[in-house]
Design a protein around this ligand. Structure first.
Ligand SMILES: NC(=O)c1ccc[n+]([C@@H]2O[C@H](COP(=O)([O-])OP(=O)(O)OC[C@H]3O[C@@H](n4cnc5c(N)ncnc54)[C@H](O)[C@@H]3O)[C@@H](O)[C@H]2O)c1
Length: 275
């Protein structure tokens, strides 16, 4: 795959998790990476890690729910590195519980719209003029399998990840003529630094999750970083408006836990015939 030397990338939420791995992966291929994250301490730690491996990175304290922070983020990338070629819209964090239309608070809904939709809209709004100037670019929006299949009591997350997919397709149409590709990635369950602690406390639940994947494992941040790296490469310039599902086959299989429940039921009730 072609190198990313001389390309300039922004990764929102690049301090840790999927964004952290993506920032390291792009930098390892030669890109100069701006990590935009509101956890500036963790962002600086990731920058150090990248520099120790011979890469080039900087960090900027950015709250993606702030219009002025997003504008400053894009200006910082262009000011420090001279151009902007790659934008990875990845950051996400929750403040209040999700729920149903009946239960979710107005403020939780508004915050979700800000951090998932307005943040992507604003980042793209400010990034595109610089990409045009550079003769093209690549935008990757991190959506989720939850944007494809709905789970109960997740109105904000499921709706807004679906909307990120819609926005991706629309932006691909709008910016294709300028040589800018816009794609989405839908990760399955990815065990991040935070996720590791959760699964360590709930190993049986993790086993149940793993059993639902045809590949019999949950994902790791590098699974997504590798997909981002491909979508921003010179080899992927004819791919746009695409939704790349990176989920170990989770969403192509009828729910495996129904199979697990059925097997358990058959064991407990050997006289029952299922066919
Ligand atoms: N981990 C999974 O299983 C999974 C699955 C599907 C989709 N995703 C998506 O992948 C993306 C990354 O998720 P993750 O699991 O790596 O998350 P994570 O919690 O491990 O990391 C999120 C990063 O975003 C930063 N962040 C959060 N809110 C921010 C804000 N308002 N402004 C700036 N930075 C902010 C955090 O500081 C952190 O560095 C998200 O869009 C998430 O919806 C994750």
């Amino acid at each position: 795959m072609s190198s990313l030397v001389d390309r300039v990338a922004i990764v929102t939420g690049g301090a840790m998790g999927i964004g952290g791995a993506t920032a390291r992966r792009l930098a390892a291929e030669g890109a100069r990476v701006l990590i935009a994250d509101y956890r500036i301490d963790l962002a600086e730690t990731n920058v150090e890690r990248i520099r120790e491996s011979g890469g080039t990175a900087r960090a900027i304290s950015t709250d993606i729910t702030s219009a002025s922070d997003i504008e400053a983020m894009v200006n910082e990338a262009v000011g420090q590195f001279g151009s902007l070629d790659i934008l990875v819209n990845n950051a996400w964090g929750s403040k209040e519980p999700d729920g149903t239309a009946e239960s979710i608070s107005e403020s939780a809904w508004d915050y979700s719209v800000d951090r998932m939709l307005r943040a992507v809209f604003r980042a793209v709004k400010h990034a595109v003029p610089h990409m045009r100037q550079a003769g093209g670019g690549a935008i990757v929006n991190i959506a989720s399998v939850h944007g494809l299949l709905m789970a109960q009591k997740h109105l904000a997350y499921e709706t807004l990840k679906s909307a990120v997919i819609g926005m991706t397709k629309q932006m691909a149409c709008d910016f294709g003529p300028a040589g800018i590709t816009v794609n989405a990635i839908c990760p399955g369950h990815i065990v991040t630094e935070g996720g590791k602690k959760h699964w360590a406390r709930n190993p049986k639940l993790h086993d149940l999750y793993k059993a639902q994947y045809p590949v019999r494992r949950t994902g790791i941040p590098d699974d997504i970083a590798n997909a981002v790296r491909f979508l921003v490469s010179a080899e992927a310039t004819f791919i746009t408006g695409h939704v790349l599902v990176v989920d170990g086959g989770l969403t192509v299989q009828l729910q495996e836990n129904i199979g697990i429940a059925q097997a358990k039921h058959m064991k407990e009730n050997p006289d029952i015939e299922f066919n």
